[in-house]
Design a protein around this ligand. Sequence first.
Ligand SMILES: C[S@@+](CC[C@H](N)C(=O)[O-])C[C@H]1O[C@@H](n2cnc3c(N)ncnc32)[C@H](O)[C@@H]1O
Length: 286
Amino acid sequence: MDTAEYKQTVTAAFDRAAAHYDRLGVEFFTPMGLRLVDHADPRPGQRVLDVGCGRGACLFPAARRVAPDGYALGIDIAPAMVEEAAAEAERLGMPHVEVRVMDGERPALPERSFERVLGSYSVIFFPEALPALVRYAGLLADGGRIAFTSPVFTEDTFPFLPPVFTELIPRSLLDTLPPDWRPEALRRRFNSWLERPDDLEATMRRAGFGEVGITDETVPMVAVSGEAWVDWSHTNGMRLLWQHLPRDEAQRLRERLITELDAMRRADAPLSIPVPVRFVTAVVDR
Ligand SMILES: C[S@@+](CC[C@H](N)C(=O)[O-])C[C@H]1O[C@@H](n2cnc3c(N)ncnc32)[C@H](O)[C@@H]1O
């Protein structure tokens, strides 16, 4: 699959997901975005760029920190995500927030015009991350900081999913996917530079950053029920799995996941799945 076709697939998947993204009785991106903003630590008056902003899980908390005199720009390749984020900025009454449709790999923005660049679960989608990181170094003012998240990838399961799903999604099912969408291919595409901290640090240094910090933390993914989790999983990276499964296999997997996830709940308490998340921070080195 060439890069243009891949990007169209990602854009279409997030466009279709936008209306319900992170809004279906599951909390994950919102607490992760808040934590990322803690790591990024934007200050009042600063200018923040959020790459792959989605509906604004870290854009809005960052915008609050830089208010009233700062500026927060969210860019996303999926127009429907940008529409949702723009509507939210309007609802929240945040005139210092702007959102634009833009390919985050090649942001058409002035050099040295931000103090912070953020990206939550977004830079993982870039086919060519290193040149994108070099561009972010150029967009940062002296002393500026980048902060992004990535899944902590494990060998055994569909990328993006926490380890508990290794048991719940049979390997035999993943082997029926088209070659480009099997876990090995996705792993090559998404985590070749992110998986090992030494590779990641070397990539950041090559891109023009220093003071690289890599911290793995657990973010709870909280769902009101197994069914809520399964519905929500159609609105994020796992959509790439659902859309490639034959209808009957997808239905069987849906039923299995709902049953097993509900069995993990204690009485009527929500389901809470610990998700290892990698937080990366670095300062532009010039
Ligand atoms: C998993 S979502 C995360 C969204 C948001 N950062 C959050 O934490 O809720 C990934 C986002 O990255 C966007 N994305 C993927 N490839 C992109 C690209 N090349 N340029 C800009 N955005 C991209 C998707 O459209 C999607 O909104």
